[in-house]
Write a protein that binds this ligand. Structure first.
Ligand SMILES: [Zn+2]
Length: 151
């Protein structure tokens, strides 16, 4: 999934890592001939790439970023009370991760362009910011969704 560069930091080996607006990091090493990114070696070059996008594979595999805080949680829904908006494609906003908690039964979760995921009782599944997705009941179930950001 395409993510904007919002900053940079250096890892323990002093390699530059771009901070993406999904809260994942991505190395932007300049190591010719393997990685040819002369811009990442200078402050000016890095600044010139702020706002540009990189493809974030961690979002594609629904990897939950570290260091986020829960700020909201929905009521618990059953197969009969799932809000209609959740049954068709929808997204969380920029910078908001969701986490589906299945408390009882099974819920089907379908991120756009990916196979549907069966979330069983006591399991969770992650929703990356802005990734279109929908859910569907699979028999009786009980679930809620919590929302996370970095502040
Ligand atoms: Zn990401």
């Amino acid at each position: 999934m395409k993510r904007k560069i919002v900053g940079y930091h250096q890892d323990e080996k002093q390699d530059w890592v771009a901070d993406l607006n999904c809260f994942h990091g991505q190395h932007v090493r300049h190591e010719p001939p393997f990685f040819n990114r002369p811009w990442s070696a200078t402050a000016e070059g890095r600044a010139s790439k702020l706002g540009e996008v990189l493809d974030c594979k961690r979002c594609d595999v629904l990897e939950f970023p570290k260091g986020l805080k829960e700020y909201k949680r929905t009521p618990e829904f059953t197969q009969d009370t799932i809000p209609k908006g959740l049954l068709k494609n929808h997204t969380t906003k920029v910078g908001t991760w969701g986490k589906i908690h299945v408390l009882q039964g099974v819920l089907l979760y379908e991120p756009e362009g990916q196979a549907a995921i069966r979330i069983c009782a006591d399991e969770t599944a992650n929703i990356p910011p802005e990734m279109p997705h929908c859910v569907a009941a699979d028999g009786k179930g009980l679930f809620c969704v919590s929302f996370f950001s970095d502040r």
